[in-house]
Design a protein around this ligand. Structure first.
Ligand SMILES: [Zn+2]
Length: 420
């Protein structure tokens, strides 16, 4: 017998229903009995804890994210229960090969009843054990349209039998090559259309987790495993490109980013990262082309906009550069970086007064940032406003910011420091 312990989290709407705890235990017992009969798996409640889904409780995806951030999983599996109404057809969510699920029992199609909740719990538990949505027309608890809690088709039965001993705490990494191969052969028999391969998705998510923790090699390995399962996925190519770029392997990075764009030209971040990589490789024309594509898809992408502005400036196209930087400052009025870059480009273009306004804006948004202050001193110096330059030097000193020695020397050669 496999025993899976559950930590149950009941949200505020669920706890507001009369007799909720009794209903909850009954739901879990019903599903446990079904899984025991079918798979020799028993569900045991470790504990029941409260949580607050708030406004996120209406949307399964956001509710699940909120649940994960609010409640640590102290068991094999964490399941959140809610009585909130659905904003979409989905009545629950369980991450494939994951350890967390969310069950909505108050949706119009599922009035407060054990029978409705047990079908959802049975379905989401299936996902955690690697089961996927079965082809349209198949009668199953894993049908997209839903099914009875104890309706297991042949594919679902074999997948759950295959994964029944899986260690939830190890994540998708705990599913070895032999199990993956077996799972893939069952999946290849058929599945709901237009759904990303759940094993590939789980592997990519594992990669994102590694990347967040700074483990870039482990992240790369996960992305490659995801592509091994489904080579047609665009995002893991873009993910790999991003990591290769961070590791300084620019040629390889460009290849993966281009492949990602070939597969899906709208892959988030792919054009932007490609632009950055090409710029670092000194291929300015191609970089500009990629950045323009990135900005066509995502006009408020600040990093791409500023990089484009600088590449244009390097090519002597000062007016175009300044107009890109102005756009950046307009769309990101609260970001010091945007005003700083606009100021630098205006200084470069000889427009001292406008540069001063932009740099003052940058400085007031980020008073601790020495870059804007240094740029101001330099702009006054280049514009022949030496007294203003010295005033700014004084402000920098009282803020504990240092001005480069060569700039002070050049300035002193034009006008000695007042009072010295
Ligand atoms: Zn599902």
């Amino acid at each position: 017998m496999r025993v899976i312990t559950l930590r149950i989290a009941a949200d505020e709407s669920y706890r507001a229903q009369a007799g909720w705890e009794h209903t909850l235990r009954q739901t879990v017992r019903t599903v446990s009995d079904i899984y025991e009969r079918q798979f020799q798996i028993r569900l045991e409640i470790g504990d029941i804890v409260p949580w607050t889904s708030g406004q996120d409780g209406f949307d399964p995806r956001r509710a699940l994210d909120r649940l994960i951030s609010q409640v640590p999983n102290g068991a094999d599996v964490l399941v959140g229960f809610s009585y909130k109404k659905c904003v979409q057809l989905k009545r629950g969510l369980g991450l494939s090969f994951g350890d967390t699920a969310f069950v909505m029992t108050g949706c119009p199609r599922t009035p407060w009843s054990v029978e409705a909740a047990d079908a959802i719990l049975s379905h989401e538990l299936g996902h955690l054990l690697g089961a996927f949505h079965v082809p349209a027309g198949t009668r199953s608890v894993m049908a997209v349209a839903g099914g009875a809690a104890d309706d297991f088709d042949s594919q679902t039965t074999r997948v759950i039998q295959l994964m029944r001993l899986r260690d939830f705490r190890q994540g998708v990494a705990g599913i070895d090559a032999e199990m993956r191969k077996h799972w893939r052969s069952i999946y290849a028999e058929g599945h709901a259309e237009r759904e990303a391969n759940p094993l590939a998705t789980a592997l990519r998510n594992a990669g994102l987790d590694h990347e967040r923790r700074g483990a870039l090699d482990a992240a790369s390995a996960s992305y490659r495993e995801a592509l091994d399962v489904d080579p047609s996925l665009a995002r893991p190519h873009a993910d790999l490109g991003r990591i290769l770029a961070a590791q300084g392997r620019l040629d390889d990075a460009a290849k993966d980013l281009r492949r990602s764009i070939e597969l899906d030209s709208l892959t988030p971040g792919a054009y932007s990262d490609l632009g950055l990589v090409l710029a670092r490789m000194g291929r300015a024309d191609e970089a500009i082309e990629a950045l323009r594509e990135a900005l066509r898809i995502e006009p408020v992408d600040l990093r791409s906009r500023l990089l484009l502005a600088h590449l244009l400036a390097e090519q002597g196209k000062a007016d175009q550069a300044i107009s890109e930087a102005r756009f950046a400052a307009r769309t990101h009025p609260q970001v010091a970086e945007a005003h700083l870059h606009l100021g630098l480009l205006l200084t470069h273009g000889g427009q001292t007064d406008q540069a001063v306004a932009a740099l003052r804006q940058a400085s007031s948004l980020a008073p601790g940032h020495a870059g804007a202050r240094v740029a101001l001193v330099r702009t006054f110096y280049l514009g022949g406003r030496y007294r203003d330059a010295w005033t700014e030097v004084e402000r920098a000193r009282s803020a504990g910011q240092s001005i480069p020695a060569h700039l002070l020397r050049d300035l002193a050669a034009r006008m000695p420091e007042p009072g010295k």
